[in-house]
Design a binder for this molecule. Structure first.
Ligand code: ADP
Ligand code: MG
Length: 598
């Protein structure tokens, strides 16, 4: 008996079901496609209604140009699109959709009702499709525009339906999609109804700033800095969150490339890199970034759902994004961080910790004047220091408008926990981690010397030999020239051993061994992840400063005072180069409120 399997062409309705798997994997992807269609149709108002996490229904209504009866019938055919004609058009698509697959795919796996009317037509068309088969197509009275209602998603693909998550989870994904387009299109009015309750109403004709304020609230918005940058043929605008807005995941990173929501690993990398010295490991920045590049320099056609983009010159994009964010964050040197950061808990049962840092000659506390800070263009108004200091004080603080300096005077009162410096200012209480502060000050001094090309090197009285792990030695050998430029007097001393005879002078007294070991470990990590020479340098500098600070276990009160002054002059005073906060601020208003003295 002949048992050779017979090859058959799949009927369309089967092929559509398979294709649906690429475009539609959950209610949120249905929503994405429907919103994109509404935007492409020139809608100015879009209303979204979902129920039961979108499993019951996802309904999108728009006031766009609508479709004639013939076009409506065509629109649910596979590869039916009005947006491109041939392959050449792919090079210059300026609509969000272009594959002509979404409606066919969604129709194949749901009960869909498409109701549409051209603006000038007397009546509209309603088409009912169940599992890809047209059940009914008739003339109806309806407002101009289009409504697509998708019910019982995957009713005929039980295997997929099973994979849908809880209503709550699906709801979260739906909201994320809604928010994404609400941000990318602030001029469009949006409404979101979840399980019959209106949860968002976003007025049309908003600016990005107004839209973000409506979505996030004014308090969160205050912690965003405007981004404005262009270079290398790339323009980058939007908003970037101060370190306080750091989150446990990337869910508040919205990036749009040429107006299209986009992700690309190079973008995530660039954002993390820009914030690396501002956020702790495992924390992610909040950003809303609009990147505009020549359409020919980016490929949006790599992912079935068009989620990922690929850049022709990815490194250029990475460097520009990093530059844009750093520039933005540096201007805001006025803001004193604080706040939602927890203070280390002091265990009152055990003995007080032995000081790891001695402040000599502490009492009597004396006041010293605090330098006026250089003012950034937006910082003083939008970010008075009180207003970023913790959830509590945000509410009621009235900022001394117009002054760029956090305090005009400062008094060192003492030390707690054997480490933290307690200070009084006219606006409130300040706790400073002198190690973190010192690291930031040293780091910027070192990088400054490096950038102006004159790292001062200090010869050692007695050169030291340092033996490294083989991998670290390898990295040091690769970067020998760079390390020498950075002020290290280094030479190979056989196998994995190096002779150190000079060190960067700005770091002060520190063991060459500790310093080289820290730097080598950092180089090892940088080497694995790749990155430009500048990034490698920064890592070496961070490691060096960490070692230098660790070596100091004693500071005189004058040095503490100098540290406060120096810190205020850094570009990024909020955190040490590894992302730990340098100071925590608590305003008097907050203190009064906490003591019930309102
Ligand atoms: P694509 O968006 O890739 O063209 P779709 O399957 O999403 O493919 O849509 C097919 C076609 O149906 C679109 O090209 C458009 O002409 C029409 N269409 C879809 N949704 C709407 C809408 N909301 N308003 C007007 N026309 C629409
Ligand atoms: Mg589409």
């Amino acid at each position: 008996m002949d048992s050779e399997p017979q090859i058959r062409i799949l009927p369309d309705h089967v092929a559509n079901k398979i294709a649906a798997g690429e475009v539609v994997d959950r209610p949120a992807s249905v929503l994405k496609e429907l919103i994109e269609n509404a935007l492409d149709a020139g809608a100015t108002h879009i209303s979204v209604e979902v129920s039961a996490g979108g499993k019951k229904a996802v309904i999108v209504s728009d006031n766009g140009h609508g479709m004639s009866r013939d076009n409506a019938l065509l629109s649910i055919e596979r590869h039916a699109t009005s947006k491109i004609r041939d392959a050449d058009d792919l090079e210059r698509v300026n609509t969000l959709g272009f594959r002509g697959e979404a409606l066919a795919a969604i129709a194949a796996v749901s009960r869909m009702t498409l109701t549409t009317r051209r603006t000038n037509a007397l009546s509209g068309t309603e088409i009912v499709i169940v599992g890809g088969t047209i059940q009914d197509a008739r003339e109806v009275g309806c407002p101009p525009g289009t409504t697509v209602a998708v019910r019982n998603l995957f009713f005929n693909v039980p295997a997929r339906r099973k994979f849908l998550r809880s209503e709550q989870t699906e709801d979260a994904h739906l909201r994320q999609i809604f928010t994404t387009y609400a941000i990318s299109h602030p001029r469009i009015g949006f409404r979101l109804i979840v399980d019959r309750k209106e949860v968002q109403r976003l007025p049309a004709d908003a600016t990005l700033q107004e839209r973000l304020i409506t979505l996030l609230g004014a308090e969160v918005f205050r912690c965003l800095k405007p981004v404005e940058h262009s270079g290398g043929g790339i323009s980058i605008t939007g908003f970037a969150g101060l370190p306080d807005l750091g989150r446990a995941d990337r869910s508040e990173q919205y990036v749009f490339v040429n107006g299209r929501p986009a992700s690309a690993s190079v973008l995530s990398f660039a954002i993390s890199e820009a914030y690396r010295t501002l956020l702790l490991k495992g924390r992610y920045a909040t950003v809303y970034l609009f990147i505009d590049v020549d359409p020919a320099a980016v490929d949006v056609n790599v992912h079935p759902a068009k989620k990922e983009v690929r850049f022709r010159r990815a490194n250029e994009v990475r460097d520009q994004v990093i530059a844009a964010l750093r520039k933005t964050l540096e201007v805001s040197s006025v803001a004193i961080p604080n706040a939602n950061l927890e203070l280390p808990t002091v265990n009152t049962l055990s003995a007080p910790p032995t000081p790891t840092l001695q402040i000599e000659g502490l009492p009597p506390p004396r006041t010293f004047s605090y330098p006026r800070l250089p003012m950034g263009p937006v910082a003083p108004q939008s970010l008075p220091p009180q207003n970023v200091s913790g959830s509590a004080s945000v509410a009621g603080a009235s900022a001394p408008a117009g002054t760029g300096s956090p305090w005009s005077w400062c008094r060192v009162l003492g030390q707690v926990g054997g480490l933290f410096v307690v200070m009084e200012t006219e606006d409130g209480l300040v706790l400073m981690d002198p190690h973190a502060a010192h690291e930031r000050v040293l780091y910027e001094k070192y990088m400054n010397e490096r950038q102006t090309g004159k790292v001062v090197s200090q010869g050692l009285l007695t050169p030291e030999t340092v033996e490294l792990l083989p991998r670290q030695a390898e990295r040091v050998r690769e970067n020998l020239a760079l390390l020498r430029e950075m002020g290290f007097g280094l030479s190979e001393f056989g196998r994995d051993t190096f002779l150190v005879d000079a060190m960067p002078a700005c770091l002060g007294a520190v063991s060459p061994r500790d310093l080289l070991i820290e730097a080598a470990a950092e180089l090892d990590q940088a080497g694995v992840r790749g990155g430009s020479e500048r990034l490698v340098e920064e890592r070496v500098a961070q490691a060096a400063c960490k070692a230098a600070v660790k070596a100091r276990d004693r500071l005189r009160i004058e040095e503490i005072e100098q540290l406060v002054v120096d810190l205020s002059r850094t570009a990024m005073p909020y955190t040490c180069p590894h992302g730990r906060p340098t100071v925590i601020f608590m305003g008097y208003e907050e203190l009064h409120r906490k003591f019930g003295r309102t």
